[in-house]
Design a binder for this molecule. Sequence first.
Ligand code: AVJ
Length: 323
Amino acid sequence: MATRALAIDDVSAFAAHVRWGLTRPRQKQLASKYLYDEVGSSLFDVISLLPEYGLTRADTRLLLRHSHDLVERLPGSIVVAELGSGCGRKTRPILQAFAARSHTSYFPIEISPTALAMCRRELADIPSVTIHGFEQDYLDGLREVAARRSAGQRILVLFLGSTIGNFEHPADLAFLAGIHSILQPGDALLLGADLQKPLPQLIRAYDDSLGVTAAFNRNLLVRMNRELDADFSLDGFHHEARFNPQTSSIEMHLRSLRDQQVTVAAAAFSVAIRHGETIWTESSHKYSLLEVESLTSRAGFRTEAQWLDREWPFAETLLVRQA
Ligand code: AVJ
C-alpha cells in the first residue's frame, strides 16, 4: 500500500514549474525530478545497464561487499528509509543483512509510482522484511517515517546512486541539513556519491552510443506534450551532455535546433526558443572525498565509515547524526 498526494496537485505543480523554468530570463531550466515519469524511470534502469555508465554498478558492488560491515556498525533495532528507491534492486543485500538479525521495516520513498510498484515486487520475497512505500517527495516521506518510528528504534536513511549530486550548491547542503533536522541523534545516513573521474569517461557516461541517455532527456519533452498539452516537436531538440568545470558537474541540456515557438496549453503560456538556446534539465555533480567530508560535517553528520570503489570512483559513506 502506498500513501499518495492528489494527482491533480501533481499536474498543477508540474505546470507551474514548467512555466517558471521556461519563461525565466537567460538560461531556461527544468528540475531533474521531472525526468522520472514511467518511461523516464524505465530508461534510467536501462542507462544503469550500459557499459559506459558505471555508476550504478559501482554503487551495487559496494553495497554487496560491505552490507555486513554496515549492519555491524548499526546495532539495535533499525528502520530503513530509502530516498528514491527506484526499482529497489540495489537495496536487497542491505535488507537481507538487517533481516538476518531481526525483523526490519523498509520504507521506500519515491515520486514514481511505477518504480515504487516494481520495488515492492522486487523485494517482497525477503523474509522478515515489511515494506511500506510512500509516493512523496523525499523529506515529506521521511517525516512520515520518523513519525511512525517506535521508541528505541533507529532510522537508517539510504540516499544512494549519487542523487545528492543532482542538487545545486547550496541546495545540497540545505537538503542534508533537512534530513538532519528530521532525524534524532544516533540515526544514520548512508550516502552514495559519484567521484571525480576523467572527462572523456564522464561524457561517454552521459552521452552513450546507443542514445538511451538522449532518449531519457528528450522524454521530458514527450512528457510535457502528454501531461501539459504542450506542442514541443521532438526533432527540434538535441541531447547535450557537457562538463561544467566551475561546478564540477555534468550538465544535461536540450538544445534547440531552430528558432521556434512552443505553447504549453495546460500552463497557459507560449514561449520563443532561439536556435542554439538550451533548456538545462539536470546537473550531476562529481565529488572529491574532501568535499563529501566537508558537506556532510557542515550538515551535522559524523563519518562512521566509508567504502570506495576503485574500478569506477564512487564513495559510500556511513554517517551518524550528531547531537
Ligand atoms: C540517477 C541521479 C544518479 O546523475 O547520474 C543518468 C541520473 N542522468 N544519466 C546521474 C542520470 C543521466 C543519475 N542519477
